[in-house]
Write a protein that binds this ligand. Structure first.
Ligand code: FMN
Ligand code: 7N5
Length: 392
């Protein structure tokens, strides 16, 4: 082996272990590759966003406007990426964002992602809109694997309670409540393709397997009542009438920490804290809900300031690299959730594809911090960043 290859290997070994030789280590390349292996409709559903997709682009552009200013001679020999968020110990400040319908991407679906997350010790947020029941996804991850549950709050309160009880029994320790998607937004790629995974029965597994749901549709879902079950699902998926006063219901039915996902305004963050929530997730759903909404990274500093140390601040929408994670942490996040990159990893390589993505992110984050003069995520602050000149 050449000295150069040896040196490169030693860098990988510091932070990374193996990467999949078949997949790129520049994760921004995954989307193009995933397009090559997915059907046009499946790719459109995952890669697509709301409206003209201006917010999805803005999410990325916002990262590009910040530059890291590395500091030298700071003894970075001992590094440690671990953090604790909402009572969960994490080897790195990275979670797998709740992503539904994963069987659209790979036959192993959420189970593969759960195994990859467990192998890395990273927390997976199990989606209500998963293509496999949460019990099966939890079992794939295994007993000791950290997992949280993401609730799509349905109209039927009994169904919501049933979801929460099942999630608790499946070992989920924290609850993420997604507020920005009580209905799907105007998503032209799906509209033009006339495609929605749910209408094909992908993404409704948690509903169809639920005793409360089954009771409402007159028994287990079979070919005979499938159409009616899908209509019932669509009619009760979200509750647009919810207000801040309803959060008490969650507290009454969930004992662990609760984080609200989809927070973008500092006043909403303050209200979340006042309502006794344990965390907020600054997110615009990867640009999939309000086209023209503020870039998630641009919303982060204001929310982080409003929350202070009264609650955890998590972030998602647009994270693609370890450097992106460093920027989000510097601007106030305690941890980030990664969405599409691991979905593409799943499409390209199943469980190992997801693991590749998680390893690359951790390794790149660690190297970025060290080379910028930092040893721990908690040392990141806005001082490590400068605004990029507008002409790039
Ligand atoms: C295909 C797909 C499905 C998603 N499903 C869910 C979901 O079931 N629940 C949820 O809260 N967010 C869902 N999201 C949003 C993600 O949790 C996350 O907010 C978003 O993907 C972050 O942006 P990024 O993809 O740019 O990383 C989904 C996103 C995608 C791309
Ligand atoms: C009904 C929405 C569930 C999936 C989702 O959150 C998304 O496609 O963004």
């Amino acid at each position: 082996m050449s000295a150069l290859a040896d040196f490169q290997n030693s860098l990988y070994l510091q932070g990374l272990g193996d990467v999949l030789p078949s997949l790129p280590t520049d994760l921004t390349k995954l989307e193009g590759l995933a397009e090559g292996v997915l059907s046009r409709r499946a790719f459109g559903y995952v890669a697509g966003a709301a409206g003209s997709e201006a917010t999805a682009r803005a999410n990325r552009a916002a990262f590009d406007r910040w530059r890291i200013v590395p500091r030298m001679l700071r003894d970075v020999a001992e590094r440690d990426l671990s953090v604790e968020v909402l009572g969960t110990a994490m080897p790195a400040p990275i979670l797998l964002a709740p992503i539904g319908v994963q069987s659209l991407l790979h036959p192993d679906g959420e189970r593969a992602a759960a195994r990859a997350a467990a192998a890395e010790g990273l927390t997976m947020v199990l989606s209500t809109a998963a293509s496999q029941p949460m019990e099966e996804v939890a079992e794939a991850g295994g007993d000791g694997a950290p997992r949280w549950y993401q609730l799509y709050w349905p109209k039927d309160r009994d169904l919501a309670v049933s979801f929460l009880e099942r999630a608790r029994d499946a070992g989920c320790t924290a609850l993420v409540v997604t507020l920005d998607t009580f209905t799907l937004a105007w998503r032209p790629r799906d509209l033009d393709a006339g495609f929605l995974p749910f209408l094909r029965g992908i993404g409704v597994a948690n509903y169809f397997s639920d005793p409360v749901f089954q009771k409402a549709v007159g028994g287990p879902v079979t070919d005979a009542n499938r159409e009616a079950a899908l209509l019932h699902w669509a009619a009760g998926f979200g509750d647009p009438s919810l207000t801040w006063d309803d959060l008490i219901f969650l507290r009454d039915h969930w004992e662990g920490p609760i984080a609200l996902k989809g927070i973008q305004h500092p006043d909403d963050a303050r209200q979340a804290v006042d309502a006794g929530m344990d965390g907020v997730i600054v997110s615009n759903h990867g640009g999939r809900q309000v086209d023209g909404a503020v870039a998630s990274l641009d919303a982060l500093p204001g929310v982080a300031k409003a929350v202070g140390d009264q609650a955890a601040v998590l972030f998602d929408s647009g994270v693609r690299t370890g450097a992106d994670i460093a920027k989000a942490l510097a601007l106030g996040a305690d941890a980030v959730l990664v969405g599409r990159p691991y979905a593409y990893g799943l499409a390209l390589g199943g469980q190992e594809g997801v693991r590749h993505v998680l390893r690359c992110l951790q390794a790149e984050l660690e190297l970025t911090l060290a080379l910028a003069g930092l040893t721990r995520p908690g040392r990141l602050s806005p001082e490590i960043l400068s605004c990029a000149p507008t002409s790039r």
